[in-house]
Ligand binder design. Sequence first.
Ligand code: URA
Length: 234
Amino acid sequence: MKVHPSVKILQAQGLGSRKICENFFWNSEIFCNGKRLDPEIDLLKWGDELKIDGQSYVLKERLYILMNKPAGYETSHKPSRHPSIFNLLPSYMLNRGVQAAGRLDVDTTGLLLLSDDGQFIHKVISGKRGEQHQIEKIYRLTADDVIPDLAVQRLLDGVELDDEEELICASRVERLGPREIRLGITTGKYHQVKRMIAATGNRVVQLHRERVGAYTLPQHLKEGLYMEVDPMLF
Ligand code: URA
């Protein structure tokens, strides 16, 4: 049987299986852009604002989500020892196959991007937006010991990390306190920031991501909460 195009849109929005979406479309009270939808006449399209059973949705072809990741959550669909950050999202987003654009460690807090747009995720993870532009990720960190000026210079000049052929450099380092710095990187190696600090003989005790490319963590976004954003990287 041919699937009604509006049912296909509801399914792509993540509202459930085809059967569930057919039931929504034909049998539920749906308000579309403020008007009661007549399934015999009206067709849904991307951008429409829907209200179904009291719940509001904007129909979007792709989702871009900015989360303020709390500590104690794993960036994984199959967490091993802690709850998953995906538990913090509503099921319709998970049904759409939303993935994290890179991982933050379980104890790291701050800005995490998620999407169901594979190209966007790839760009964020690879750190490349074009031939020349790189996507900078900015972290604020507190170390166990005082960070001497020499260590700041070493981070800028590049440090050796196991299994990396080239020296790994910070794109910027700003001192915030004796044990606290703001550090930028344009690559995304495994545990990169912690390993860079370890390479200077110190240890990260607190790590928070403030920025990825053009996205800055908004002050008002509390830990564990998320917001939808537009796709942009610079
Ligand atoms: N670098 C790390 O070491 N941990 C993170 O969570 C992110 C970057």
